[in-house]
Design a protein around this ligand. Structure first.
Ligand SMILES: [Zn+2]
Length: 223
């Protein structure tokens, strides 16, 4: 399967943060991005499959059918809460939302989510699945070379990634790839995905809104 996402139906700039697997640091990178570019009025969104049994709207007691209650969008307003969306607010996001979907129901949530994002200027979405449908201005994929596991959706997203991010101990936004510049092809082949030749060592420096977000160290690549 090859994903062929289209431009999202809103005008704000869209950054998507995906990850090779769960607990690889997607939320932390979103927090770092919000902090790194405080001049942007961020709207931060986390998209996840509904983790509990049953319904994302009413919980396990709901007797809805498979087509009903396909998703829930919750606005977070408490930056002192413990949830990831609170961390987005505490980092400086103007708005934070959590989109929970039934399995395979991301597409069904898109039109509602798009209306929520209609006025947003800078949007960051934590999700692998969203890039099947919406082509972001920037897709950052977090990889952990020490972990062989990867989600199918992550493998699909790899080929769309503008840059890979390797997280290490500490809270730095990005680090040079292992051993210097690692090509996207090297990591794509490691995950069995189609290879391409972009460099994959991201170093966030300037405000990407002014089109000066550089990837790579030394032989940086502008996108
Ligand atoms: Zn329900």
């Amino acid at each position: 399967m090859t994903w062929n996402p289209s431009r999202p139906p809103f005008n704000g700039r869209l950054v998507v943060v995906g990850g090779q697997c769960s607990k690889v640091g997607k939320t932390a990178l979103v927090v770092d991005l919000i902090r790194a570019f405080p001049g942007l009025a961020w709207t931060a969104v986390k998209v996840t499959p509904h983790a509990g049994s049953g319904c994302p709207v009413n919980g396990p007691g709901c007797r809805c059918g498979a087509e009903e209650h396909a998703f829930a969008i919750r606005h977070e307003r408490d930056e002192a809460g413990g949830a990831d969306m609170s961390r987005f607010l505490a980092a400086g996001a103007r708005r934070a939302m959590w989109v929970e979907t039934k399995a395979g129901s991301v597409e069904g949530a898109l039109s509602t989510l798009a209306s929520e994002l209609a006025q947003a200027e800078a949007i960051v979405i934590e999700s692998n699945a969203i890039v099947e449908f919406w082509h972001p201005d920037l897709l950052l994929m977090i990889l952990d070379p020490g972990r062989p596991d990867s989600k199918q959706s992550a493998r699909e997203a790899l080929d769309l990634a503008h840059a890979f991010v390797f997280r290490f101990a500490g809270n730095c936004l990005v680090e040079p790839a292992v051993g210097g510049i690692v090509t996207k092809a090297e990591f794509c082949s490691a995950f069995g995905a189609a290879a391409s030749t972009r460099h994959a060592s991201p170093c966030a420096t300037n405000d990407w809104r002014t089109s000066s977000y550089w990837v790579g160290r030394g032989s940086g690549e502008r996108f």
